[in-house]
Design a protein around this ligand. Structure first.
Ligand SMILES: N[C@@H](CCC(=O)N[C@@H](CS)C(=O)NCC(=O)O)C(=O)O
Length: 117
């Protein structure tokens, strides 16, 4: 695994994760083989094609374990996908589909329409 897939030197895991959530309208902490993650990524691709979600494949990163551990502490959720929209924690795949159906994702994205929050 190359160093480029790890956090930048000097930043703690918490700083890296929090900055990623702050800087991107949609963040999906994912695992490349995870079927639930695939469904979440497909939902955003189909329903918000203009967005480019920040997708972190935790199984492909040296720091994937610590990121997942930090997310568990931060959100109470240990599984992937772990989704954030406009800095708000949405949850996993089921939660994300429910939020989409309820119109909550569009509402959050509307309120934070600027590219860099
Ligand atoms: N109901 C959850 C299911 C998520 C789930 O079970 N994800 C699996 C990967 S496919 C997981 O995170 N397992 C624990 C792990 O990979 O550490 C959802 O809708 O997101």
């Amino acid at each position: 695994m190359s160093a480029s897939t790890s956090i930048s030197q000097g930043a703690s895991i918490a700083e890296f994760v929090d900055a990623t959530i702050t800087k991107n309208q949609v963040v999906i902490f994912s695992k490349s083989y995870c079927p639930y993650c695939k469904r979440t990524k497909a939902l955003f691709a189909a329903s918000f094609p203009e967005l480019e979600p920040e997708i972190l494949e935790l199984d492909e990163r040296d720091d994937g374990g610590p990121i997942q551990q930090y997310l568990a502490e931060k959100t109470g959720q240990r599984t992937v996908p772990n989704v954030f929209v406009a800095t708000k924690h949405i949850g996993g795949n089921d939660d994300t589909h429910s939020a989409f159906k309820a119109g909550k994702l569009a509402k959050l994205l509307e309120a934070k329409a600027t590219p860099n929050l």
